[in-house]
Ligand binder design. Structure first.
Ligand code: 5GP
Ligand code: MN
Length: 334
């Protein structure tokens, strides 16, 4: 981040402010961890701070410290709009384009506030006054750790802030496996563990928290897995009917996409999840190595993300979406 920007933010934060912090829609561990980590830091510095999530966050993140204070825009538009309108500063974390917040976009577009973006996705939009955007980071949480350090306030990072930051580093790095996991990532994590962050309990809370139905749904997803070995590709589909038959709740499909990459020789995978309410097929893409799924998602499926993990959506039927995907894959050399 530019030194002038750090100084400008420092003087902004020198007196108590009204601050809103926003993650992207369908927030994941990094989105919730980074917003709540920053929330605890700003509260500690006497700012009136609210995290506003565009929609509900999944249950497996509901233990995060401060999650009970999170306001949900889709559940209480009036109150959330009021908080946003009154905010002196709005932080947008783990996304870089207003369309990633869904309905809330309409409100964000009208605000006359100071936007500060902290994000690790490609191609940031230019709505923010101050931008800390860097695709070399594996998580926004790692950037929040740095952001706090820019103001020489690293000593304020305590177990609570550390727990939030650790969560996003862990989830967005695929448990420290993805290529952006650096020595620095591990050094930060080491410091957090020294602060008392429960590094064995947190993965249990996140990953060993499934319902019986979720595992049955995973079984169904694995049965639906298709492999296209000549193109080193696999994919999974889940229709709304299948989701309903396992009493799907938000978060149940988290991580299932990764199974497609765990097959020997597969370098590209996707999961297609039907959402009848929103009339879309939500897609997640994952790759190993050089194939850029961010580009693929941007170009063909209204999405984006990172080189090895991206998402997008399709507005056509499952059948048409799969036909399109298979045709595209047949022209790929991986
Ligand atoms: P996931 O597949 O886990 O939902 O998302 C993987 C990555 O792609 C995350 O960094 C996420 O923010 C990004 N991503 C997911 N869906 C979309 C989308 O519809 N549009 C864009 N631009 N990025 C997405
Ligand atoms: Mn992230």
């Amino acid at each position: 981040m530019k030194i002038q920007d750090i100084q400008a933010i420092q003087s902004l934060l020198a007196t108590p402010k009204k601050i809103a912090i926003i993650p992207h829609r369908n927030p994941d561990g990094d989105a919730m961890g980074s917003t709540l980590g920053l929330y605890h830091f700003l509260i500690k510095n006497n700012h009136q701070t609210t995290v506003i999530s565009p929609n509900e966050f999944p249950d497996f993140l509901a233990w995060l410290p401060g999650s009970e204070t999170v306001q949900v825009f889709e559940k209480d538009q009036e109150n959330c709009t009021k908080i946003l309108k009154e905010a002196d500063i709005v932080f947008t974390l783990d996304f870089n384009a207003f369309h990633r917040v869904g309905e809330m976009e309409k409100v964000l577009e009208t605000l006359e506030t100071t936007y500060i973006m902290i994000d690790h996705h490609q191609k940031p939009d230019d709505y923010a006054t101050y931008i800390y955007s860097d695709t070399s980071f594996g998580s926004t949480c790692e950037m929040v750790y740095n952001f706090i350090s820019f103001f020489d306030k690293k000593d304020q990072i305590d177990k609570t802030i550390g727990t939030c930051i650790y969560t996003g580093i862990l989830t967005d790095s695929g448990s420290f496996r993805f290529p952006n996991t650096t020595g620095n990532t591990h050094r930060i994590v080491a410091e957090l563990i020294d602060l008392g962050v429960e590094n064995t309990q947190i993965p249990n809370l996140l990953f060993d928290n499934s319902s019986y139905n979720r595992l049955q749904l995973l079984g169904k997803a694995l049965q639906n897995l298709k492999v296209i070995p000549e193109h080193k590709t696999s994919y999974i589909t889940l229709t709304q009917e299948e989701l309903n038959s396992f009493n799907y709740v938000k978060g149940d499909t988290e991580g299932i996409v990764n199974y497609g990459l765990s097959i020997k020789g597969i370098l590209f995978t996707a999961i297609f999840i039907e959402n009848k309410d929103e009339k879309i097929i939500k897609i997640s893409f994952r790759s190993q190595g050089g194939f850029d799924v961010n580009e693929f998602a941007r170009e063909h499926f209204n999405g984006g993300g990172h080189r090895n993990a991206a998402g997008g959506k399709s507005l056509t039927s499952m059948e048409e979406t799969i036909n399109k995907f298979e045709t595209l894959v047949k022209n790929l050399t991986l």
